[in-house]
Design a protein around this ligand. Structure first.
Ligand code: SF4
Ligand code: SF4
Length: 401
């Protein structure tokens, strides 16, 4: 039986989140993390593509941990978290990124990330410090991962509605982290102030992979210098003492929190809705890559390309903005003797190949979309930027003769 959404998030949130989080979790079984779907397993994908590095996978990311998740990890005696605690203490020892509200990425990392292209999933230089390549590429702090790590998948079973849902949950959890970490900071020591540090400017210490100088560090931490672990644990205890009513007041009823929670609800409810807009066109921003037996298309997700027949791709270009999809399909039948299955149309819409006029597929779809099941014979493929093939292609319709 599937778990609830609540059960899949760090346990510190369990008593705080509302009833909505008792709804069923969203299972992303196409993101086969133990045998990473983006890595080369000799699956023979047909066109040249750069797989993810098995010693990095999608963990070429440096998490920004809110203070109370740092404290939660340090407080948790579970043996399976021992390696994570060791790594986190090692990070704290360097003082890099440690402030009263966060344990953040080094600024040098952030600058490199902003400047790098094609490194995601591929460069071990950008690998997360909590990623354990020696033990099959696992996360050593999984139970206490932050909003991005909680919500990232390379592929979405329900297509773009799935992507929209996880984006909205990331945004909500991000807001929860900001508000709870600030709340905890003030509860533990109202004298402390989070330093306002420019993320993209590097000091000499940043360049040389050293922590801040003593004066700067003392200005961040005050009386807690040398007692940072104790401080982080205290922030976790403060969040544990927070009542559901206080959480609602501080987070869910704040202007931003209310908006983001409403978005998560709407996205969850849209996951299985089977409504498509009355007018659909081929996505003008599709990235395409011709291959011998078809065309590889990439829409909203650079890591979820799929191959379609060239003929189908061309037929989709005949859809007219001035007509409803029903009228367009009738015209294609009459003038071009092509039947397009409505199930296929729904699939192409939910995967961003078809869009409503003016819709930007890189942005969340208005929360009224369908989540069509994959029509028989079509499947997505590992890939990036239109450079990967699908595993399967098939006829898309019936020609009337
Ligand atoms: S989510 Fe990450 S680890 Fe999981 S299959 Fe995708 S790339 Fe691999
Ligand atoms: S915290 Fe865990 S899931 Fe997140 S990037 Fe690091 S190893 Fe990956």
């Amino acid at each position: 039986m599937a778990d609830s959404l609540r059960a899949k998030l760090p346990p510190v949130y369990a008593p705080l989140l509302g009833d909505f989080f008792d709804r069923q979790e969203v299972v992303e079984d196409r993101a086969t993390c133990e045998s990473c779907a983006m890595c080369d397993h000799g699956q023979g994908v047909g066109v040249a593509m750069e797989f993810f590095h098995p010693d990095a996978k999608c963990c070429t990311y440096y998490p920004q941990l809110p203070n109370y998740l740092v404290g939660a990890l340090l407080s948790d005696p579970a043996p399976e978290l021992e390696e994570g605690r060791r790594r986190l203490r090692e990070t704290l020892r360097t003082r890099i990124g440690a402030t009263p509200q966060w344990l953040a990425p080094p600024r040098k990392y952030t600058v490199l990330l902003a400047a790098s292209r094609g490194a995601f999933g591929r460069s071990k230089v950008m690998r997360c410090p909590y990623f354990d390549a020696e033990r099959g590429g696992t996360c050593t702090i999984w139970k206490y991962r932050e909003n991005v790590c909680n919500t990232y998948f390379c592929k979405y079973t329900k297509g773009k509605p799935g992507w929209d849902f996880w984006q909205s949950l990331k945004d909500y959890l991000g807001q929860v982290e900001i508000m709870l970490s600030n709340y905890a900071l003030k509860r533990v020591d109202p004298e402390l102030n989070e330093p306002q540090l420019s993320r993209l400017r590097l000091t000499v210490e940043d360049l040389e992979d050293r922590g801040p100088n003593d004066a700067d560090y003392a200005s961040y931490w005050g009386k807690w210098v040398g007692r940072e672990e104790e401080y982080y644990v205290a922030t976790f205890e403060a969040v544990k003492r927070l009542s559901r009513a206080e959480f609602v007041r501080n987070v869910d009823e704040s202007e931003e929190g209310r908006k983001r929670l409403a978005e998560v609800r709407a996205r969850w409810e849209a996951l299985d809705r089977r409504t498509v807009p009355p007018i659909l066109l081929k996505n003008p921003k599709l990235k395409t890559y011709p291959v011998d037996d078809g065309i590889v298309v990439t829409s909203y997700n650079p890591f979820d390309s799929f191959k379609m027949e060239r003929e189908l791709f061309d037929v989709l270009g005949l859809l007219r903005a001035g007509d409803t999809i029903e009228r367009n399909l009738a015209r294609l039948r009459e003038e071009h003797e092509v039947d397009l299955d409505p199930e296929l149309i729904a699939y192409l819409y939910t995967h961003g190949v078809l869009v409503a006029p003016g819709e930007d597929p890189s942005k969340p779809t208005p929360a009224v979309v369908s989540a069509a099941p994959t029509p028989a014979g079509i499947s997505a493929a590992p890939g990036e930027g239109g450079r990967a093939p699908s595993k399967v292609k098939r006829g898309f319709g019936k020609k009337r003769r």
